[in-house]
Design a protein around this ligand. Structure first.
Ligand code: ADP
Ligand code: MG
Length: 685
C-alpha cells in the first residue's frame, strides 16, 4: 500500500483551482494527471529578462521588461496580425503583435493612452521593432518584479506558459516533507538539499545540486526496483522446459543461423531448463534476426508440451509477426494463431477455445493476448518484442499472468550503451546479436545541405517513377507537438502536389486505425511514399522501400537516426539514406552526422551517442525520450547511475526486506516513482 504521506502527491490535477474540462485535456496529453506529475514537469529552461527604460538599450532577440505608453490599435483586414503601437519614454515606437484569438486580450489589457509594463522578447520585423505575444502585461512594475527569471515548460495545445506555471505553483503548495532515502554520507558530500527543497528549487531557477538530487532519486528508485525484481525472480519456481529438438529439426529456414543467433538460442535453452523463470533480454540491431531466435525459443516451449505467446507493441507488427512466423514454422506442424484487439465474434471465440484446450500452441498478438478473458491451458513462455515500448512494471504483470511464473524473453532493437542497459534492464540477463546475417548491403548514407532540397525531391521523383518506394521523415523538435505535425502536414501537402495521390502521412496524433490504414497502403505497395514523424521508428518492414530522406537530421540523436535508417536496406536492392542538414551545424552535430556516414554498427553508435549527448548538446526537448528516465539527463545518467547502482546494492545486502528506517524511506521512494511493483515483490508477490 502506498504510504499515506504520498497521498497529496497522487491527488488528481483535475481537483486544482481553475482546472475545468478545458484544461484537463491538455494536461492529460502531457501526462500531468496528478500533482506528482506536475511537480516533476520540470522546466525545459529558464528565460531571464532585463529591465530597460528605453528600447534602444535592448538588443534584438533580448527578453526585456519595459514601460510603454499605448498609442493605437490596428487590426488588419483578413488574417493578418493585430498590432498595438506603443512608445517608450524616449518616444520610440514598438509594435505589440498578436495573432488569432490572442488579440482579444490585447484589446482589454492595453487601453490607448495608458502606461503599462510589458515583458517579452524584442524582435525586429522589417523596419519595425516588435514584441510578439508579450509574456506579461502589468499596470505597475512591482507585478513583474518576481518574473525576471521564469521557467519555460513544455506545453500542449490549449496551455500557455502562464497557465502551466500557475498550476505548478499551486501543485507545489501541496508538497509533503518526505523521509530521507539517500545515504547520509553521500547527501552531505554532494551538498544536496532535501527532496522538498530540491523540488521547489528546480522550478525557480537553474540549480545544479537540486536537479542532481532529483535525478539521483530517480536513478536510485530504478536500480532498487530492478534489484528487487531480480532477487524475487531468483527465489521463484518456474517450470523447467526441456525441448527434444523434434520441432526445431523440422524447421525449414531458407538460411542457416548466424553464430550470434546460435549462441543466443543456446543461452535461452539453458535458461529454460532451469528451475527459476528465465528473465532474458535479446538485444539485436534491426535486421539482426531476432525473430528466428524467438521462434526457436517458442518451439522449445512447445516441444516441452507447453504454450508460448509473443507480444508485439502494435497491431501491424503483430500481423507481420504472425505472417513471418507462420511461414517460417510451416514445416513443423506447430499451430500458430493471431489475436489482436480487432478480432471479434466467432473468430475470437475459436481462438480462445484453442488456447484453453491447448490446440493453439503459439499465440501472437497485441496486449489483447493478456486480457482477463484470455485463458491459456499452460502458457510457459512469453516473448515481448520491441521491449522498450513496455515498462518493467508492465512486463512483470504480463509474466505473472501465466499460472506458473512464465519464462520471459524480451527483445529490443534499440541499441543502447552498456550503462543504460543496466539502468533499463538491470534485472535481466542479456544476449546480444552482435553479428548481422550475411549478404547485407551497406546503406549508402549521405549528408546533404537543405539548400539542395529541390535536387533531393527531383531524385525522389525518379526513384518513385522507377517503381521504388521511399520514406520522408520530419523531426519532432518543437515545444508544441502540433507545430511538428503542422510541419509534417505541410511537407506531405507539398509532396502530394508534386507526386499526386499515393503519398501517405503518419504522425503520433492520428487515430490508430487511420495510422494502420496508411501504413498498410504503404506496406502493400499501393502507395509509394510515406511522410512521417518518428512514429515509423519501430517495426515496419517494407523491403521495396530503399530510399529514406530525413529532414533536419542534426536534430535527431544518433541512436534514433540509426533506427530510422534501419527501415531501409531490408531487401536485396541497394538502399540510400539522405540526411538533410540545416545551414548552420554545431561541432557535435557535424560529428554526429559524420558517424552516421561512417558506421552502421548500432552498438557503436549508441556508445557515441551517449558520449556526445553527455557533452551537453541541447537537442529538442523530446529527443531525450529514449531512456527510462524523465528527470535524469544523459550527463546525470553517466555521472550518477553508477553511484545509485552501488548504493542500491548495498542497501539490498544490508536490508533486503527494506525494513530499517532507511529501507522504509526507500519504499516511499519506490512508490513516488511508481516502481511499487518492486515493493509488492517483497511480500512474495
Ligand atoms: P529483427 O532482429 O529486426 O527482428 P528479423 O528477425 O526481422 O530482424 O530479420 C531480418 C531479416 O533477416 C528477415 O528477412 C530474416 O528472414 C532474415 N534473417 C534472419 N536470420 C538470418 C540468417 N541467419 N541468415 C540470413 N537471413 C536471416
Ligand atoms: Mg523484429
Amino acid at each position: 500500500m502506498r504510504p499515506d504521506l504520498l497521498n497529496p502527491l497522487f491527488a488528481e490535477t483535475a481537483g486544482l483551482k481553475g482546472v475545468g474540462p478545458g484544461l484537463s485535456r491538455p494536461l492529460e496529453r502531457l501526462g500531468l494527471t496528478r500533482i506528482r506529475d506536475l511537480a516533476y514537469h520540470l522546466p525545459d529552461r529558464f528565460v531571464s529578462r532585463r529591465v530597460v527604460s528605453r528600447l534602444d538599450e535592448a538588443a534584438v532577440g533580448e527578453n526585456i521588461v519595459i514601460a510603454l505608453t499605448v498609442r493605437e490599435h490596428r487590426s488588419s483586414a483578413g488574417r493578418g496580425p493585430y498590432r498595438v503601437l506603443a512608445e517608450d519614454d524616449a518616444g520610440d515606437i514598438v509594435a505589440l503583435t498578436y495573432f488569432g484569438r490572442a488579440s482579444y486580450s490585447a484589446r482589454k489589457l492595453l487601453p490607448p493612452g495608458e502606461r503599462r509594463w510589458i515583458a517579452g522578447r524584442l524582435d525586429q520585423f522589417g523596419q519595425t521593432r516588435q514584441i510578439v505575444h508579450p509574456d506579461h502585461i502589468a499596470e505597475d512594475s512591482s507585478a513583474l518584479a518576481g518574473q525576471l527569471t521564469e521557467p519555460v515548460y513544455a506545453l500542449s495545445e490549449g496551455l500557455t506558459q502562464g497557465r502551466i506555471a500557475a498550476l505548478v505553483a499551486q501543485g507545489l503548495e501541496h508538497l509533503p516533507t518526505l523521509p530521507e532515502w539517500i545515504e547520509p554520507g553521500l547527501l552531505a558530500r554532494e551538498g544536496w538539499p532535501t527532496w522538498r527543497a530540491a523540488m521547489l528549487a528546480v522550478h525557480k531557477g537553474t540549480d545544479a545540486a537540486a536537479h542532481d538530487r532529483l535525478a539521483y532519486d530517480e536513478l536510485l528508485a530504478n536500480s532498487l526496483a530492478l534489484m528487487l525484481v531480480r532477487a524475487a525472480n531468483r527465489s521463484r519456481r518456474g517450470v523447467p522446459l526441456h525441448g527434444d529438438g523434434g520441432l526445431r529439426a523440422r524447421l525449414n529456414l531458407p538460411f542457416s543461423l548466424t553464430g550470434a543467433q546460435t549462441r543466443a538460442i543456446a543461452e535461452i535453452e539453458a535458461d529454460l531448463g532451469q528451475g527459476a523463470p528465465m528473465l532474458r533480454l535479446l538485444q539485436g540491431d534491426v535486421g539482426s534476426g531476432k525473430t528466428a531466435v524467438a521462434l526457436h525459443a517458442m518451439l522449445i516451449a512447445v516441444e516441452a508440451g507447453a504454450q508460448a505467446a509473443l507480444l508485439a507493441p502494435t497491431e501491424i507488427l503483430a500481423r507481420q509477426h504472425g505472417e513471418t512466423l507462420t511461414r517460417m514454422a510451416a514445416g513443423s506442424g506447430v499451430s500458430i494463431a493471431l489475436l489482436t484487439g480487432r478480432d471479434k465474434g466467432r473468430a475470437r471465440e475459436a481462438t480462445l477455445m484453442g488456447l484453453l484446450d491447448g490446440s493453439i500452441q503459439i499465440l501472437i498478438g497485441t496486449h489483447a493476448i493478456f486480457q482477463d478473458s484470455v485463458a491459456y491451458k499452460n502458457l510457459a513462455l512469453v516473448v515481448i518484442d520491441e521491449q522498450h515500448r513496455f515498462g518493467v512494471g508492465q512486463r512483470l504483470m504480463l509474466t505473472q499472468k501465466a499460472r506458473t511464473t512464465a519464462h520471459c524473453l524480451a527483445m529490443t532493437a534499440t541499441p543502447i550503451p552498456r550503462t543504460l542497459t543496466l539502468a533499463q534492464y538491470g534485472e535481466m540477463d542479456v544476449s546480444r546479436l552482435d553479428e548481422m546475417p550475411p549478404g547485407r548491403q551497406p546503406i549508402d548514407t549521405r549528408v546533404v545541405s537543405t539548400e539542395r532540397i529541390d535536387e533531393v525531391v527531383a531524385g525522389l521523383g525518379r526513384h518513385l517513377a522507377a517503381g521504388g518506394q521511399a520514406y520522408w521523415v520530419c523531426p519532432m523538435v518543437r515545444e508544441l507537438e502540433t507545430e511538428d505535425i503542422a510541419a509534417a502536414e505541410a511537407r506531405h501537402a507539398a509532396l502530394k502536389l508534386r507526386f499526386g495521390d499515393g503519398v501517405e502521412l503518419v504522425h503520433g496524433q492520428l487515430r490508430p486505425e487511420a495510422k494502420d490504414a496508411a501504413m498498410e497502403r504503404f506496406a502493400s505497395g499501393q502507395s509509394g511514399l510515406l511522410v512521417a514523424t518518428t512514429v515509423i521508428e519501430v517495426g515496419v518492414d517494407v523491403p521495396n522501400a530503399t530510399l529514406m530522406v530525413i529532414e533536419q537530421a542534426e536534430r535527431f540523436g544518433l541512436a534514433q537516426l540509426h533506427q530510422l535508417r534501419g527501415r531501409v536496406g531490408r531487401g536485396s536492392g541497394k538502399s540510400t539514406c539522405l540526411l538533410l542538414r540545416g545551414e548552420t551545424l554545431s561541432e557535435v552535430g557535424r560529428e554526429r552526422l559524420a558517424l552516421m556516414r561512417e558506421t552502421q554498427d548500432g552498438f557503436r553508435l549508441a556508445e557515441e551517442d551517449l558520449r556526445l549527448r553527455g557533452g551537453g548538446e541541447l537537442l529538442g526537448t523530446r529527443q531525450s525520450g529514449d531512456t527510462p528516465f524523465r528527470v535524469a539527463d544523459f550527463d546525470q545518467i553517466a555521472r550518477l547511475l553508477p553511484l545509485a547502482h552501488d548504493d542500491a546494492r548495498l542497501l539490498m545486502e544490508r536490508d533486503g526486506g527494506l525494513d530499517s528506517p532507511r529501507g522504509q524511506a526507500a519504499r516511499t521512494l519506490l512508490y513516488l516513482f511508481e516502481r511499487d511493483w518492486g515493493v509488492q515483490l517483497l511480500r512474495g508477490g
